[in-house]
Write a protein that binds this ligand. Structure first.
Ligand code: HEM
Length: 368
């Protein structure tokens, strides 16, 4: 292929993804239809993730009024907010529960859009921007966990950063230096300390939100300009207007979820699920508590890391990220039936490793 055909192809690719003739209110909102079929419920999931993200922004800003990003005051400021500020515990609880809700819904959104082949042409950029949003959301979780500066948070962050460095052992020559450099760049100093907290804080409240706004802007723009994908093999003629009918139904779902979220946040402190008290500030000389674990949404990775060779898990993760990013190319000719089977198998792995990971771990370790 010569230069000019390659250039012409790139222009055509972009023109198909950003069709100028559809760049108006009529096409993007007023005339947009949502197909009605047995998988229609899945069209609510992206909106629900958006709802959780909005809750995170609002409660996060409220938490910023009291939070102090220094190793000497971070823990005390969170404790003060939880114990002495009216509504403080509730806001903190909503932020924690909603982050879990966001990740849970996001994973189902990913699996259903995959199963419905919504990544197919012309929606490749919707999909790829989605994969980036997934990574940004996990980065929110990782950086946010450190901020209360308690014993578990700091130790779990150390373990996370160590695994980045360990990668170097499996890379040849000069490449083996790179993971250590990444770790130092994230950590900011020799051990996890003030520089690390400052960086995680800056990332959690400024960098990641800005990056998310940009990528989410592209994601939603693509969704509106291309309309909803048919989602099923035999597209139905039945559909409903996006505005106002589907949007109003979206709001109804958000209302119900808000009610459930507020009830859970009022009744169950997020820490109720931890085996150890979270109210202990980090003490560099203190012992690392037994059985520290990351948040539930990292368990699907944590148990394989404990049980399998480190290089193998990393290889699988890198392959998985590659396959996710390239899904529109790799699965171009795959039927929805096969895609659904893959999505169900992945979902089964995620559920089993998260819910029964500890039992499986003990069974395998006990057998040795
Ligand atoms: C912060 C994270 C995200 C937000 C707020 C978000 C939001 C949305 C919204 C509101 C829609 C339209 C309604 C729907 O189809 O559910 C949508 C569609 C879509 N999303 Fe996401 N999304 C996110 C992450 C992801 C991820 C991780 C993927 C997959 C890798 C993804 C892939 C898609 C695709 C392919 C569509 C088009 C669906 C269709 O046309 O039928 N999104 N997203």
């Amino acid at each position: 292929m010569n230069e000019s055909t390659r250039f012409a192809r790139s222009i055509r690719f972009l023109a198909d993804r950003f069709p100028m003739e559809k760049l108006n209110f009529q096409s993007m909102v007023a005339k947009k239809d949502v197909p009605v079929h047995r998988m229609s419920w899945a069209y609510y999931l992206g909106g629900l993730v958006l709802f959780f993200f909005g809750i995170q922004l609002m409660t996060g800003i409220a938490l910023l009024f009291y939070y102090q990003p220094s190793v000497s005051d971070a823990h005390a400021s969170v404790e003060y907010l939880t114990r002495n500020v009216a509504g403080g515990a509730l806001i903190r609880n909503i932020h924690a529960w909603s982050s879990s809700g966001m990740i849970f819904t996001l994973l189902i959104h990913l699996l259903t859009t995959f199963a419905m082949k919504a990544f197919a042409r012309p929606r490749e950029l919707t999909w790829v921007s989605g994969v980036l949003l997934l990574m940004l959301t996990f980065a929110f979780g990782f950086t946010g966990y450190l901020l209360p500066w308690h014993q578990i948070a700091v130790n779990a962050t150390k373990v996370g950063l160590q695994s980045i460095e360990q990668l170097g052992e499996f890379l040849p020559g000069a490449l083996s230096e790179i993971p250590t450099k990444i770790r130092v760049a994230i950590q900011g100093e020799a051990a996890v300390g003030q520089a690390t907290l400052s960086r995680f804080f800056a990332a959690h409240v400024v960098l990641l939100p800005l990056a998310t706004f940009a990528v989410l802007g592209l994601h939603l723009f693509q969704v509106q300009i291309h309309g909803m994908s048919p989602g099923v093999d035999k597209p139905t003629t039945r559909s409903e207007r996006f505005f106002p009918f589907f949007v109003l139904k979206d709001f109804r779902v958000w209302g119900v979820v808000m009610f459930v979220l507020a009830t859970i946040a009022l009744c169950i402190p997020f820490e109720a699920f931890f085996d150890y008290p979270l109210f202990e500030p980090y003490d560099a000389l203190g012992s690392t508590p037994d059985g520290i674990k990351p948040e539930w949404y990292f368990l699907f990775l944590y148990y394989p890391l404990e049980l399998l060779p480190f290089w193998l898990v990393n290889l699988i993760v890198m392959l998985a990220v590659g396959v996710l990013l390239m899904a529109p190319v790799i699965f171009r000719g795959t039927s929805r039936r096969v895609l659904s089977t893959i999505a169900i198998l992945v979902a089964a792995y995620l559920v089993v490793s998260t819910v029964f990971g500890q039992e499986i771990y003990e069974m395998i370790k006990g057998g040795h």
